[in-house]
Write a protein that binds this ligand. Structure first.
Ligand SMILES: C[S@@+](CC[C@H](N)C(=O)[O-])C[C@H]1O[C@@H](n2cnc3c(N)ncnc32)[C@H](O)[C@@H]1O
Length: 237
């Protein structure tokens, strides 16, 4: 292990904080190489630290964006934003979350400049920062709750936005509770019995809904926003 893999003995003891070396990160990303090269494939790192894995995934996705869209600044920009929207992380330590967001932003910004031969406009830069502020969460991946600056659970559940481009440059956002996304499908009989034991009728379960197309139970978003141009997505609240 080299020195850059730990910040202090206390942090290793308290939070198990040991950063993965680049060689291992690359080897592990190679195991899911095709997914890393799909611009919109979604990744979540539940103990992301300062983003060793997420940064490598973003680099790989942006390489693909470059190969496919280098001739058009407009298409490069939209697809580089799509890459950003697809990457999620959780960490319990505030400084790691801040470093991870900044690291992802600077990879995106540097690549943008190298490809488009100029900085992105202010609106796009703010939009990317905003997406990262929601996708990289200060939280406890075990309790699935947000935490405060001391790493203590708050009353707020971890929420992740699902971003999807609709109608060209319009970006749609739906927010989901992380704990609901990980729960079993309530359509399972056993799960229905368990829910009714607590007097919670599956049909009335506020966290689930029937998908009108597939007719299956799916998590219900806690919030849903009207599509908005991706450059103005930080105006959606
Ligand atoms: C072993 S380090 C790995 C960091 C990064 N994934 C890497 O490979 O370089 C574990 C990370 O998990 C975080 N962590 C520990 N307990 C956590 C929890 N309950 N929820 C979320 N993050 C946690 C620590 O702050 C630390 O950054």
């Amino acid at each position: 292990m080299d020195n850059s893999q730990i910040k202090s003995k206390e942090r290793v003891a308290e939070r198990g904080e040991v950063f993965t070396a680049e060689r291992e990160v690359c080897a592990m990303c190679d195991l899911v190489k095709e997914e890393c090269e799909r611009i919109d494939s979604r990744f979540l790192e539940p103990a992301c630290g300062d983003g060793n894995f997420l940064a490598e995934i973003l680099r790989r996705k942006l390489d693909v964006v470059k190969k496919k869209y280098k001739k058009s600044t407009y298409e490069y920009e939209q697809n580089s934003v799509l890459a950003i929207t697809s990457i999620y992380g959780i960490d319990i330590m505030m400084d790691n979350v801040t470093s991870c967001r900044e690291r992802m932003y600077s990879i995106w910004e540097k690549e943008y400049k190298a490809n488009c031969k100029s900085d992105a406009n202010d609106e796009t830069r703010e939009a990317v920062k905003y997406i990262l502020s929601l996708n990289i969460v200060l939280g406890n991946a075990l309790s699935m709750m947000c935490v405060d600056e001391n790493g203590e659970d708050t009353d707020e559940p971890i929420i992740f936005p699902e971003w999807s481009f609709v109608l060209g440059a319009q970006l749609k956002r739906r927010d989901y509770r992380f704990d609901v996304l990980l729960k079993e499908n309530p359509d399972e009989n056993m799960y229905c019995d368990q829910l009714s034991m607590f007097g919670d009728d599956v049909m009335g379960n506020e966290n689930w809904m029937i998908d009108p197309i597939t007719n299956e139970w799916i998590p219900k978003p806690v919030r849903e926003f009207a599509p908005i141009h991706y450059r103005r997505v930080n105006e959606d609240e």
